[in-house]
Design a protein around this ligand. Structure first.
Ligand SMILES: Nc1ncnc2c1ncn2[C@@H]1O[C@H](COP(=O)(O)OP(=O)(O)OP(=O)(O)O)[C@@H](O)[C@H]1O
Ligand SMILES: [Mg+2]
Length: 502
């Protein structure tokens, strides 16, 4: 039994946790829910010894715990899968999984690499991570990196596993597989603490839920006694209505972007499609299906081995990212914010305005206008409810979901005509997710932008897209049109999408 008694933790300018007491039982899956910045990750980091509490105690099996580091908690049988994917790029997958327990050969102290790879492979199979054990971490997709972390936690044979948004970046299929694993661990008496913004997951998987709001515990309740609106009410203190987005008027006569047989050897094969003014075109598929690669090729970050691209009817020559942004007004919101979407050690203000700096430079003095920078930043912070003590705060100190909002805000500020957004709502809470959806909607509907939405979240893509292209193994294998027709039901659409993936 793991008990938290009256835990408090402050950071400069924020009380992240305020007198929180919860207990977690063996063999239970305990959901920890709350809005972005509510204190979930901070709670997990206190349990795993990464942060020290300012006040309060952690009691495990009747004994008070004082961890000075993550390794102490690991030794006590507590392991954590972080919200932010943390990797050593030059390590192999097998090393990353086995890092704390590399087997040595007899008395020699020499690491038995063959055994490392073989053991790691077992755990990789469990999580269905389908790469060679000696692949370098830097070559993995975000989903694969995530699966590596989960495999590592499984291999640690822990009594308590803390999972901070483990399914972000995973597809439904991969998440289902993970849930199977978690249910088995639960049967073995492992305590699982699970943070997720996806209610489907919370209701399908968890036994009890504890809700945090502004660092305080609002309550702990058995899931069987909770409804979704009640849970949302506990989280945000008011009811949140999810609205249907309705139909967008797409101008099918205006082709903004046309791709013809775009190919990148070994990754994308003959991708052809058209994107119209005012359209939200969904790219759906399993992680690794080539959606992100296609996006990166279109913006000029990866080179094209074949095929042609037209923008507004004229052949486009995009050789680097600068071309796509400055010549063609095309922006890309990355799904990998930690490594490339944000300047973590910089302020919220600079991150939001970085893509528009050229417009902020004064014609004569060549200085960036601080006033306009502030105006844009404050509009974005308010418009997207980014929870931060101020625009001068460093992005690395924001909670994960608020970082994601900053990375989306940056491209909204850039005022691109074509916007490619890659998994824009990973890790953001319900209210913020609704705001991002509304923003994307308005961009298409009112500002007549053309948007490509890459998402592995089926409800999200069905809610927002007019048309969905289905990707599999680097190819576009199907198209579902008329998605926003109110006559069409969710289950019909999801079936149509699913059929292409068979
Ligand atoms: N190292 C830090 N320095 C300063 N402030 C921090 C730090 N870590 C967290 N905070 C602040 O503490 C509060 C709680 O953050 P936390 O990361 O626990 O939220 P969360 O519930 O996990 O949110 P999310 O759903 O966005 O991941 C936030 O206001 C955040 O900005
Ligand atoms: Mg968090």
């Amino acid at each position: 039994m793991l008990e938290l008694r009256n835990l408090s933790k402050s950071f400069p300018g924020v009380k992240a946790l305020d007198d929180v007491s919860v207990s977690f039982a063996p063999g239970e899956i305990h959901a920890l829910v709350g809005e972005n910045g509510a204190g979930k990750s901070t709670l997990m980091k206190l349990i795993s010894g990464i942060y020290q509490p300012d006040a309060g105690r952690i009691v495990f099996d009747g004994k008070p715990l004082r961890f000075r580091s993550y390794h102490d908690s690991l030794r006590a049988g507590i392991d954590i899968v972080y919200q932010e994917i943390q990797i050593v790029p030059e390590n192999t997958v097998a090393e990353s999984i086995m890092i704390d327990k590399l087997p040595t050969r007899g008395w020699t102290g020499i690491i038995d690499w063959r055994k490392v790879n073989a053991t790691a492979l077992e755990y990789m199979r469990t999580v269905q991570l389908d790469v060679a054990p000696d692949t370098l971490m830097k070559h993995l997709s975000p989903a694969q990196k995530r699966l590596t972390q989960i495999a590592r936690a499984l291999s640690a044979d822990a009594k308590v596993i803390l999972l901070d948004e483990p399914t972000s970046a995973l597809t439904e299929h991969e998440a289902d597989n993970l849930f199977g694993i978690l249910r088995r661990l639960k049967q073995q008496g492992v305590t699982l603490v699970f943070v997720s913004h996806k209610f489907e997951e919370v209701f399908a998987l968890c036994d009890r839920a504890s809700v945090l709001r502004d660092g305080r515990l609002i309550g702990t309740r058995p899931i069987a006694e909770l409804t979704r609106p009640e849970l949302i009410q506990m989280m945000i203190g008011r009811e949140f209505l999810e609205e249907h987005m309705g139909r967008v008027s797409v101008n099918r006569n205006r082709v903004v972007l046309k791709a013809e047989r775009v190919t990148q050897r070994g990754r994308i094969h003959d991708a052809s499609f058209e994107l119209h003014e005012g359209e939200i075109l969904g790219f759906y598929g399993l992680v690794g299906a080539g959606r992100t690669e296609l996006a990166r090729t279109l913006i000029g970050e990866q080179c094209m081995d074949g095929g042609k691209v037209w923008i507004d009817g004229a052949r486009a020559h995009i050789r680097r990212i600068g071309d796509s942004l400055y010549k063609y007004g095309m922006g890309y919101v990355t799904d990998n914010r930690k490594e490339e979407g944000l300047f973590l050690e910089d302020t919220v203000r600079s991150n939001v305005t970085v893509a528009v700096w050229p417009q902020l430079v004064h014609r004569l003095t060549r200085y960036i206008s601080g006033r306009r920078e502030d105006a844009i930043a404050s509009e974005m912070v308010a418009g997207m409810s980014i929870r931060t003590p101020g625009f001068a705060s460093l992005v690395e100190h924001l909670s994960g979901g608020n970082q994601q909002k900053v990375s989306v805000a940056k491209w909204l500020a850039a005022d691109c005509r074509i916007l490619i957004v890659d998994e824009p709502t990973i890790g953001v809470d319900v209210a913020a997710k609704g705001q991002i959806h509304q923003l994307l909607r308005n961009l298409a509907e009112k500002q007549r932008k053309a948007i490509i939405l890459i998402s592995s979240d089926m409800p999200e893509i069905i809610k927002l897209a007019n048309r969905i292209l289905v990707f599999r193994e680097g190819r576009i294998v199907g198209e579902v049109d008329d998605v926003d027709n109110p006559e069409k039901r969710y289950d019909q659409l999801s079936l149509a999408i699913g059929n292409f993936l068979q």
